[in-house]
Ligand binder design. Structure first.
Ligand code: NAP
Length: 162
């Protein structure tokens, strides 16, 4: 499977609080939309619940161990193994869009990591991106931005597995 991971991290690898994102930058939302549009996106149940609505133009896959009801457009998997088996022959790029637990569980299967590296921190963060061995990846800086509203700088970085 051609699995990529996409995430926005603060200086301490913080990614969320109150089951929500910490920062929302227009240019980062645009990047996320551009990268994932037309593709499959896999996420944990909590991240799914944090979405305001289904994201247009993308096939949603959700991991949950529960028997909760999901909209009929959503494919549900009860384990990572079940998902990997179902998607092992797919050619499309599948994006892991979080949250922390799904990043951690799928990191070893991902060939590309798209990180938005944000030059800010939040001591109240509750969830963090897992540590990964940067030596296993080639790092390319794709863009540099300064958010107009907050003045916070961020960049999009691709880590490609060697
Ligand atoms: N900064 C970013 O780019 C970014 C991106 C995404 C999310 N986030 C943030 O991350 C936070 C959510 O992360 P999280 O770690 O708390 O939750 P999560 O990973 O979104 O969801 C966790 C849930 O996924 C299900 N799950 C996890 N592993 C599973 C497995 N192996 N098999 C089946 N189901 C599995 C379980 O659902 P059940 O409890 O239903 O069984 C678990 O409670 C939020 O704050 C969100 O805003 C940030």
């Amino acid at each position: 499977m051609n699995l990529s991971l996409i995430v926005a991290v603060g200086k301490n690898n913080e990614i969320g609080k109150n089951n929500d994102l910490i920062w929302r930058f227009k240019e980062d939302m645009k990047f996320f939309k551009q990268m994932t549009m037309g593709h499959h996106i896999i996420m944990g149940r909590k991240t799914f619940e944090s979405l305001p609505k289904l994201l247009e133009g993308r096939k949603h896959l959700v991991l949950t161990r529960s028997n909760l009801k999901f909209p009929e457009e959503v494919e549900v998997y009860q384990s990572v193994e079940e998902f990997l088996e179902a998607y092992k022959d797919i050619e499309d790029e599948v994006f892991d869009i979080g949250g922390a637990s799904i990043y951690k569980e799928l990191l070893e299967y991902a060939n590309k990591l798209y990180l938005t590296e944000i030059d800010a921190e939040d001591k109240e963060a509750e969830v963090y991106f897992p540590n990964f061995n940067k030596e296993d990846f080639d790092r390319t800086e794709l863009t540099h931005f300064k958010d107009e509203k907050t003045g916070i700088k961020f960049k999009h970085v691709l880590y490609k597995r060697r």
